[in-house]
Design a protein around this ligand. Structure first.
Ligand code: UDP
Length: 252
């Protein structure tokens, strides 16, 4: 531990560029995706990614509630990201706060840009994301889970949306930050990618990066998303090969 002012800062990167959990700068945390994890939902997926555990459930296309949100020529996409009170070290106050409202909004917008909503006029596609255990990158784990859940529900989309956060730790660009790296690092850049076209449909940033670092971070994020995309597709393939619940594991 080093210290900055009163704050104890862990060593995030060793001299040979190994991270707290032994990963290299361009390595993902281990990722497992279980497609069709819930019986009652139209589509679902459970994502275990490092220490994150995130469940997504999709309902619809179904009747819009509240009714005045209904749109005549397309479906609306409603998303609720929620972090369970027990998901973090310091108990989180239950319920939707500003952070979860913001995350719900950016995730809904990302999916609106890939779902063929005009095929289901006057309906709602409802996406629920429940974070059961959090260790940074939960919005990205939520996008990955929701994306597989939407495909599991048979919702037509341009493509799946792999998602990952890239950041800056001890002056170096690093893929898929874990909690300590997110807390004590210099920047955090969550993104979601349409793999076929390379279009980014979610991009946020906290902290500071130079223009060159940003460009390096985007490249690293895109290559991370492509690895995640492979795991997402395998999870769906296994689900339909098995005809039931299937789990795909890829140790990064
Ligand atoms: N976190 C927490 N309490 C909160 C919000 C977040 O402990 O009320 C932790 C949690 O581990 C989360 C991490 O801080 O994953 C980073 O949160 P951020 O807002 O950057 O979103 P995320 O990286 O999860 O998408």
């Amino acid at each position: 531990m080093g210290s900055v002012g009163a704050k104890e800062v862990p060593v995030l990167l060793t001299a040979d560029q190994r991270r707290i959990d032994g990963r290299r700068l361009d390595e993902l945390r281990p990722l497992k995706i279980t497609a069709g994890a819930l019986k009652q939902a139209d589509g679902s997926a459970f994502v275990e990614w490092g220490l994150n555990k995130v469940m997504a459930a999709v309902y619809g296309p179904r009747e819009v509630h509240p009714r005045h949100l209904q749109v005549n020529d397309k479906a609306i996409v409603q998303c609720r990201y929620n972090m369970a009170a027990f998901s973090v070290d310091e108990r989180k106050r239950p319920g939707l706060d500003r952070r979860s409202q913001e995350i719900s909004k950016v995730i809904a917008e990302a999916f609106e840009s890939v779902i063929f909503a005009e095929e289901y006029p006057r309906t709602s596609i409802d996406v629920y994301i429940e974070v059961l255990q959090a260790n940074a990158g939960t919005r990205c784990a939520g996008v990955v889970a929701a994306s597989v859940a939407l495909a599991d529900a048979g919702i037509p989309m341009v493509d799946l949306l792999p998602s990952v956060a890239v950041g800056k730790i001890d002056g170096h660009i690093a893929l898929d930050l874990k909690k300590e790296e997110d807390n004590f690092g210099e920047a955090d850049l969550p993104m979601a990618l349409v793999p076929q076209s390379g279009r980014l449909v979610l991009l946020q940033m906290e902290g500071h990066m130079t223009r060159d670092e940003l460009s390096q971070a985007l490249d690293l994020g895109v290559s991370g998303c492509r690895q995640i995309y492979t795991v997402m597709k395998s999870a769906l393939r296994e689900r339909y090969d098995a005809g039931g619940v299937a789990r795909t594991e890829v140790a990064a």
